[in-house]
Design a protein around this ligand. Structure first.
Ligand code: AMP
Ligand code: ZN
Length: 156
């Protein structure tokens, strides 16, 4: 059995609160979020570090992170911006050796909240948070394709 926790999450064999998924990647809430809505985007195919990651797949992961950042701004979390961060290698404080892109929602004047969140790393009602993010994804989909049916692909 694969001992990579993110591979197990991608396969549905380990618990995670997923907000988005397609054939090649999935996005789920960080278990120890810095702020509410802190999400990780991972390729489903294992790559420990950027050196192991197919560039096209990396571009797909970034595109999903880009879209998630916009979705979180549209969502009831009402972020004003985001930090998209990828820690590559232990020198850069990567702790889980499966490439992941952090999407960290930011608000104006939230510096103290982020500093505290960095210390506490407490979950914030994950089920409601994920529902809010999925709502933002649906709102974004609807803006791009007005009149199209509900978005499929989000999972829990
Ligand atoms: P990094 O320092 O970039 O490797 O960050 C790894 C991130 O993965 C941290 O923010 C952890 O809280 C998060 N994490 C570790 N295990 C899990 C898990 N099982 N489910 C969700 N997030 C996780
Ligand atoms: Zn893995």
């Amino acid at each position: 059995m694969n001992d990579c926790v993110f591979c197990r999450i991608a396969a549905g064999d380990a618990p995670a609160v997923k907000v988005y998924e397609d054939d090649a990647l999935c996005a789920f809430l960080d278990i120890r979020p810095i702020v509410r809505g802190h999400t990780l985007v991972i390729p489903k195919r294992h790559a420990a570090a950027l050196a192991d990651l197919d560039a096209e797949l990396g571009a797909h992961v970034f595109r999903a992170g880009h879209r998630l950042a916009l979705a979180i701004q549209r969502s009831s979390l009402a972020a004003d911006g985001a930090n998209l961060v990828l820690n590559d290698g232990t020198a850069a404080f990567q702790t889980v050796p499966h490439v992941h892109l952090h999407v960290i929602p930011r608000r104006h004047r939230d510096t103290l909240r982020v500093a505290l969140g960095f210390l506490l790393r407490r979950p914030h009602d994950p089920i409601a948070t994920a529902a809010a993010i999925r709502g933002g994804i649906a709102a974004l989909d609807n803006e791009d394709n007005p009149g199209a049916g509900p978005h499929e692909g989000a999972d829990e």
